[in-house]
Structure formats: structure tokens, C-alpha cells
Design a protein around this ligand. Structure first.
Ligand code: ADP
Ligand code: TRP
Length: 389
């Protein structure tokens, strides 16, 4: 969104200790720093995606005009989960329209669809050949799935990663069987090697800064490890990326109090209709205390979401009214709705206009992919040469 939503301008971003970066002799020199991030189209974008990923990434790009900003649809990453082609196409368009409606400037920033850049997949294979399987075993997404099987809990939403019915696979007798259960049941190879593809997304463009939500930090660490390993074998070819995440913008809760996530069906959609927005906001869980009861803002889901959108003064005013029991939940939800709805009004118009002309979205993405492939070329030339091709 052009009007920046509330986020203190110079809020410190969190990043790991910046180890000295070796300037490679065979890496392209004098290129501007690259800021790069992507989101996968696995569901309709929600307020959590906006607060945790889209807004900070666009603000970082705005604050760093000298850097080269690249944003992309991580579409093939979504294939680990999405198996319906028509839905997949819709989700890609929705996500692209969302980025642009939220303020991405496709004239100044490179905006593309991952699958339009075949170099990503070539690099991914090359990297997978020097990445240890053990590194993948430690990745959170895979481990979480395995832990669920170890506990005998099945998978998060009752489906396996292929969208099918999870299968305990008790007869498989290899190292992956624990107490008669195949801990890898429901894990497709895409999910397992996801961090390598993500590393390729980043390393292909020699990205230095990767703004992500906190749940993605480990993936960037893995990309660093993969790059360092490659460089040790083949020379200083790849830039080691750093993640940038914002420690003060905690994960925003969904309507039921868990992390807002497509997987939990507890989201507030970013670009649904106004009615959908109202319905989702009025569905936020509250307690049944009578009007006049002092309320703890720290445990109020309505307040946790409100403070991400309101400026400092409005946030303090709301906090104080809750503490003094001067606002009903209904009124607080009404205010949250007005605030979010007001901020979304213009972006929603842009979004709807784009969604009504999807060929325009495709053209924008194709133009972006041409620039991206151009930028990928030098890295791929060096990588191919380095491995001896
Ligand atoms: P979901 O959990 O809905 O599937 P994704 O995993 O696709 O969302 O996340 C896309 C981006 O949005 C990531 O960078 C992630 O950190 C961020 N994000 C997702 N949910 C939230 C949330 N509730 N609060 C803050 N950031 C979030
Ligand atoms: N894994 C990220 C997510 O789930 C999406 C992603 C794929 C990404 N490739 C990336 C993010 C490269 C940053 C950089 O949200």
C-alpha cells in the first residue's frame, strides 16, 4: 500500500551476526546489493502474510533505493501441497495481484514467477549434489512432519503433504520406521528438498538480504550453509545471504488464537469482499465477560491485530479503553474493521482491477521473468564453469 501501514520507520531488523563476506574473485563485482523474497501461492493471502512478509519486504525496498529489489511468486514450491491445477492458477494470480495492490512497483522492482526462470531448477539440482541429506533432515518443515508421525498424531490438517490420506505404513522396515510407523509417510520429495530449491531461488541472484517472517529464518541459514559448502568445493562463487526479520512484529494470531495460517483455517483474508472481512473480524475469539469489565490487551486477539495496523496514538487509546473496561468487544471489533477496511480500500480496488484482467498479470510476470533470467545468467555461467561443464 502506498500509505505505509503503521511500522516505525527505522525499526531494527533482526539478522544473524554479519560474518565478513569474502569478495570472490570470480563473482561478478560492483553489482548493487540484492534484496530478494518470495511467497508461495498455497492459499489466499491473509493479514498475517501482509504484516509478517509483504509489508516489511516492501518497506525494506523503499528504504534501500540503491539496492536491487526482487520479489517473486514461489509457485513451484506450492506444488508440494496444491494438487488442483485450476486452483493453482487462481492462487498464483491472487498472489501476484496482492503484491502489486500492496505497493510493489513492477517498473522499478523485478517481479516474476519462479517457474518462468528455468535456471532456478538447474541450480537447484547442482546444489542438491553437494548438499548433505542430513542437512535436509534437520529442516523444520520436514522435522515437524516426522515428529507428528513419531507422536502418532498424523499430520496437521488430517491430510498428508500430498493432500491424500496419511498412511502409517507399518510394514515398511527401513530406518524410517519407528514403532511400526513410517515417519516419512505423507512426505513428498518436494517437501523434503524444499530448502534446496529455496536456496537456489536466493543464490541464483546472489541475494544479500532476504526479508522473511521469523518462521523462515532457518531456511536462510540452510541457504548459507549450502552456499558455503558449494564455495568450499568450487571456489568463491555464491554470495552468503542474510535473513532480515522483524523481531518486534510477532506472528499475528488468527481468529482462534493460534498463529494466523492457511493451514488452520483461521485467517482474515486480505482481499476478500468487505463482507468477508467483517465476518472474519467479528469471528475473532473473545471472552464472554460483560460490558464494563477491564480487559487485558496482552491476551486480546482483537488488540493484537489492531496494534499492527493502528498508529501509536490509536494503539495507546485502544489499550487504555480496554484496560479501563471502556469498550465492548463488539465496539472494538467494529473499530478494527473500520481501520483495516479503510486501509484496504484503495489496494482492494487495484487488486480487483488486476484480477479482472489476468492477462495483464501474466504480461507483467513475463516481463519480470525476462529481467530475472538476464540477472541469473552471470551466476549460471560461473556455476557451470565452476563444476566443469
Ligand atoms: P501460511 O502459514 O498461511 O501458510 P506462509 O507459510 O505461506 O503462510 O507464509 C508466507 C509468509 O508470511 C512467510 O514469510 C511467513 O513468515 C509470513 N506469515 C505467515 N503467517 C504469518 C502470521 N500469522 N504472522 C506473521 N507473518 C506470517
Ligand atoms: N519458503 C518461503 C515461505 O514459505 C517462500 C520462499 C520460497 C522464499 N523461496 C524463497 C522466501 C526465497 C524467501 C526467499 O514463505
Amino acid at each position: 500500500m502506498n500509505r505505509p501501514m503503521h511500522q516505525p520507520a527505522n525499526r531494527p531488523m533482526h539478522q544473524p551476526m554479519d560474518r565478513p563476506m569474502h569478495r570472490p574473485s570470480n563473482r561478478p563485482m560492483h553489482r548493487p546489493d540484492v534484496i530478494l523474497t518470495g511467497i508461495k501461492p498455497t492459499g489466499s493471502p491473509h493479514l498475517g502474510n501482509y504484516i509478517g512478509a509483504i509489508r516489511p519486504a516492501l518497506e525494506l525496498a523503499r528504504r534501500s533505493p540503491e539496492a536491487h529489489a526482487m520479489f517473486f511468486l514461489a509457485d513451484y514450491h506450492a506444488l508440494t501441497l496444491v494438487k488442483d491445477p485450476a486452483r493453482f492458477r487462481d492462487l498464483c494470480h491472487e498472489l501476484a495481484a496482492t503484491w502489486i495492490a500492496c505497493g510493489l512497483d513492477h517498473e522499478r522492482q523485478v517481479f516474476y514467477r519462479q517457474s518462468d526462470v528455468p535456471e532456478v531448477f538447474e541450480l537447484s539440482w547442482i546444489l542438491s549434489c553437494s548438499t548433505s541429506k542430513g542437512l535436509m533432515n534437520r529442516a523444520h518443515a520436514y522435522k515437524a512432519q516426522v515428529d507428528r508421525h513419531r507422536r502418532g498424531a498424523g499430520v496437521a490438517d488430517g491430510r498428508d503433504a500430498d493432500g491424500g490420506k496419511a498412511d502409517a505404513g507399518g510394514e515398511v522396515s527401513d530406518a524410517g520406521v519407528v514403532a511400526g510407523r513410517d515417519v516419512d509417510a505423507g512426505v513428498n520429495m518436494g517437501l523434503y528438498s524444499y530448502p534446496i530449491l529455496m536456496a537456489a531461488d536466493i543464490l541464483l541472484f546472489q541475494a544479500k538480504y532476504v526479508p522473511v517472517g521469523r518462521d523462515q529464518e532457518q531456511h536462510i541459514e540452510i541457504a548459507r550453509d549450502i552456499a558455503a559448502r558449494f564455495n568450499r568445493s568450487f571456489g568463491e562463487v555464491l554470495t552468503l545471504p542474510l535473513y532480515l526479520s522483524d523481531p518486534t512484529s510477532a506472528e499475528i494470531p488468527g481468529t482462534d488464537g493460534r498463529k494466523m495460517s492457511k493451514a488452520y483455517n483461521n485467517t482474515i483474508p486480505l482481499f476478500g469482499s468487505r463482507e468477508q472481512l467483517r465476518k472474519a473480524i467479528f469471528g475473532i475469539r473473545t471472552d464472554s465477560s460483560p460490558p464494563g469489565t477491564p480487559r487485558d490487551p496482552g491476551t486480546s486477539l482483537v488488540f493484537q491485530i489492531y496494534r499492527q495496523f493502528a498508529d501509536g496514538d490509536r494503539t495507546e487509546a485502544m489499550r487504555s479503553r480496554l484496560l479501563r473496561g471502556r469498550i465492548t468487544w463488539k465496539a472494538a471489533k467494529e473499530e478494527l474493521f473500520d481501520l483495516v477496511d479503510g486501509m484496504l480500500e484503495r489496494p482492494r480496488a487495484v487488486y480487483e482491477e488486476l484480477m479482472a484482467d489476468r492477462s495483464r498479470i501474466d504480461r507483467l510476470l513475463e516481463a519480470g521473468a525476462r529481467s530475472a533470467r538476464e540477472l541469473a545468467r552471470p551466476t549460471m555461467e560461473i556455476v557451470r564453469q565452476a563444476v566443469g561443464r
